[in-house]
Design a protein around this ligand. Structure first.
Ligand SMILES: Nc1ncnc2c1ncn2[C@@H]1O[C@H](COP(=O)(O)OP(=O)(O)OP(=O)(O)O)[C@@H](O)[C@H]1O
Ligand SMILES: [Mg+2]
Length: 260
């Protein structure tokens, strides 16, 4: 079987004033088409570093990244879209010009790019906001624009680093449900980082739990809530939800042995 993404024995150390700090050690995992995969783990365990390596923004010291059967280690693959931990919209560019950025870089004619962006704006219920500046939008709207900017290039793999953190609960579950509805069944792969165990269980088909220093996967949990619903509240009340939640919480919340 050909995986959408294979991460093979990644190791990465940063040079720090205290000497080299091994952030990731021998990290391997795979993700299939149509899968939603979540990463949870303590702050500083290397989640964003892992995503930066997958997207080719930084190179690993050892190990490889294979996207759709092709090695891309240390290179940016156009099959991957990345929503960064901070939304990082350009404050001086209008909404539409933020959205078309990825197409602009690829040299797509401006008119065609803008037409695509207008279609996306309609789909995300933001028609009329195309000429606003990011500073004029609410947090949820900015998050939608960041997602549109990623989606417009039609990536096969979408990496999302904690995008819903700053949002209030109703908006967060609305955006989570929207993402499920849009992407599930499209053949794309979504890999996301979250500190929110509830988000991991309601969204993911598989959850990887990481530990820190060095960052490693300590557990893989397959989630099957037994529902096809894309509604987050409906998924949340699945009778199996608590079992998964508790299992992850125990893995994260349990004290680690000294020196681990
Ligand atoms: N460029 C860098 N140089 C040196 N150390 C770094 C660098 N980037 C990250 N680190 C360190 O590597 C470790 C992992 O950082 P990373 O940002 O990957 O963690 P994270 O799991 O994403 O954390 P959070 O949940 O807080 O976002 C941290 O201890 C961080 O201080
Ligand atoms: Mg991070």
């Amino acid at each position: 079987m050909r995986y959408a993404l294979e991460v093979v024995k990644i190791t990465k150390a940063y040079d720090t004033s205290d000497g080299p700090l091994t952030v990731l050690r021998d990290m391997s995992f795979r993700a299939a088409k149509d899968e939603f995969v979540a990463f949870v783990g303590p702050s500083g365990c290397g989640k964003s570093t892992l995503f930066n390596i997958i997207t080719g923004l930084i190179a690993p010291d050892d190990g490889g990244i294979i996207v759709d059967g092709q090695e891309t280690t240390g290179r940016v693959s156009d099959k991957i879209g990345y929503v960064l931990q901070k939304d990082l919209l350009f404050p001086w560019r209008r909404v539409i010009d933020n959205i078309i950025l990825g197409l602009e870089v690829k040299g797509v004619p401006r008119r065609e790019a803008r037409e695509k962006a207008m279609d996306l704006l309609a789909e995300y219920r933001m028609t009329g906001f195309e000429n606003k500046l990011p500073g004029e939008l609410s947090g949820g709207m900015r998050q939608r624009v960041a997602l549109m900017r990623t989606m417009i290039t039609d990536p096969q793999i979408i990496l999302i680093d904690e995008s819903y953190k700053a949002l209030d609960y109703p908006l967060k579950i609305e955006l989570e449900g929207e993402l499920l509805q849009r992407v599930k069944g499209s053949g794309k792969t979504v890999i996301f980082i979250t500190h929110d165990i509830e988000e991991a269980v309601t969204m993911a088909d598989r959850v990887y739990v990481m530990k820190a220093r060095p960052g490693e996967i300590v557990e893989e949990i397959r989630v099957d809530l037994g529902t096809d619903s894309f509604s987050i509240p409906e998924r949340r009340i699945s009778p199996r939800f608590n079992e998964y939640y508790n299992r992850i919480w125990q893995r994260i919340g349990a004290p680690q042995p000294v020196g681990a």
